[in-house]
Design a protein. Structure first.
Ligand SMILES: Cc1cc2nc3c(=O)[nH]c(=O)nc-3n(C[C@H](O)[C@H](O)[C@H](O)COP(=O)(O)OP(=O)(O)OC[C@H]3O[C@@H](n4cnc5c(N)ncnc54)[C@H](O)[C@@H]3O)c2cc1C
Length: 391
């Protein structure tokens, strides 16, 4: 076994860390306070990230990207989220969907979309599965015609006529290309009744609805996608009819792992700030870090951070090893790391005492951000169900 990172992984990790320190940290806390979610979106920083190559990191080199593997994406995602979780998620979402783009699109579709994607630093990607009445039913293996996504696509000549709504979609409203899972057969459950299509904002009948406001991860944007007699050409279909879930099972291998890596970056930032505060805050005649009660909280943060990082790196490595990969590895990693990150952020806030609770301190934002991955990318309950050894 070789636990060393490669030189290229270390250099991308450094690049991301420097970017987070120079461009993200100086604006993140103030930007987080902007009330309007659209005004809040940090386009300047996101564009600069594109300029240094972050946006196209996951696309293979032969398609014009950097060909980063899942472990590299985890390293970069952690550093960006050390700066701000929402900005990390904006890039990570594009990385995840780059994998779908690479594996699902045909030559003609690539010729149509790839040049614009490579050139435009405002070209991000999104995936639309969740709907107001269909969340966990798309994730937990419960496949009944009455459950799961209901946005329908009905074949009409060379097009599919689409009606319905997706919600909570990360990069919604900022993306220029969406992979959307549509119900092409209402007599079947999600396992055979959903098909992936590409939707672009120029399609008549496709619009962005509400931009959601969020408790944490506020520098990423989530929105509703509305389809009102929207005609999506047959040439935009990217899986066999009924094949969306099979494609997801086969090709979305890094998703949960990358998600976990980002929230771990938030936890590390919280831990570092708690350590610093513990060294400088004096109570009872000495720095509080020297009181065992505080020292133990910091030790627990460190233990959980290190254990999470090792699990995460192993999971990311297996995702690149073909037959070695077991999807349960991704589900359990997301559960363990997101909950560890939440506990780390909670303890770190406690180290700051009452000041940790004040919005003038950085700690409350870490905690708000750390809550997001308990629900996002599938709830942890859904992940636990998928991890059950007998399923
Ligand atoms: C920040 C954020 C970003 C997101 N980004 C995207 C995105 O880009 N694209 C996308 O498609 N979706 C996205 N989502 C949606 C996300 O995947 C869903 O919120 C999630 O799958 C849960 O669905 P739900 O919200 O409808 O909750 P529900 O499914 O209604 O769940 C409610 C509660 O019931 C539990 N539950 C539900 N069913 C069962 C069951 N059968 N057995 C036991 N317990 C159950 C759940 O675990 C949860 O505790 C995002 C969500 C968030 C918060």
């Amino acid at each position: 076994m070789d636990f060393q990172l490669t030189e290229s992984q270390r250099s991308l990790q450094r690049l991301a860390h420097d970017f987070a320190e120079r461009e993200i940290r100086p604006i993140a806390r103030e930007q987080d306070k902007i009330a309007d979610p659209q005004e809040r979106f940090p386009w300047d920083v996101v564009e600069k990230g594109g300029e240094v190559g972050l946006r196209t990191l996951a696309l293979p080199e032969e398609m014009g990207g950097a060909g980063a593997d899942i472990l590299t994406l985890c390293l970069v995602g952690e550093e960006l989220a050390w700066g701000d979780l929402g900005i990390a998620v904006t890039f990570d979402q594009t990385w995840k969907i780059s994998h779908l783009f690479e594996r699902l699109t045909n030559e003609e579709q690539r010729a149509r979309y790839l040049p614009a994607f490579l050139e435009d630093n405002r070209f991000h990607l999104a995936v639309g599965m969740t709907e107001p009445n269909a969340g966990s039913d798309n994730i937990i293996p419960y496949s009944s015609p009455d459950a799961g996504a209901r946005t329908t696509a009905v074949r009409d000549g060379d097009d599919w006529v689409v009606n319905g709504m997706k919600h909570f979609i990360s990069n919604g409203g900022i993306a220029k290309l969406y992979f959307v899972a549509l119900r092409t057969d209402t007599s079947k459950g999600v396992s055979e009744g959903l098909t992936y299509f590409i939707a672009t904002p120029d399609l008549p009948g496709f619009s962005i609805g509400r931009i959601h406001d969020k408790m944490g991860q506020r520098l990423s944007q989530n929105a509703e996608l509305i389809f009102d007699d929207c005609r999506i050409p047959e040439t935009n279909r990217v899986t066999p009819v009924g094949g969306a879930m099979e494609a997801r099972k086969r090709f979305v291998r890094g998703s949960n792992i990358e998600a976990a890596a980002t929230v771990l970056g938030t936890a590390r930032a919280a831990y570092e700030d708690a350590l610093e505060y513990g060294r400088n805050r004096v109570q009872g005649g000495k720095p509080i870090i020297e009181h065992q009660a505080v020292g133990f909280m910091l030790s627990d943060c460190f233990i959980e951070y290190e254990a999470s990082r090792r699990l995460l790196h192993y999971a990311a490595w297996t995702a690149g090893q073909g037959g070695l990969y077991d999807p349960k590895m991704g589900f359990m990693t997301k559960v363990y790391v997101s909950e560890a990150a939440y506990r780390i952020a909670t303890r770190a806030l406690e180290v700051w005492g009452g000041m940790g609770y004040m919005t003038e301190s950085p700690m409350e934002k870490y905690l708000r951000d750390a809550t997001s991955f308990l629900h996002s990318d599938g709830t942890n309950q859904a992940m636990r169900i998928r991890t059950m050894p007998f399923l």
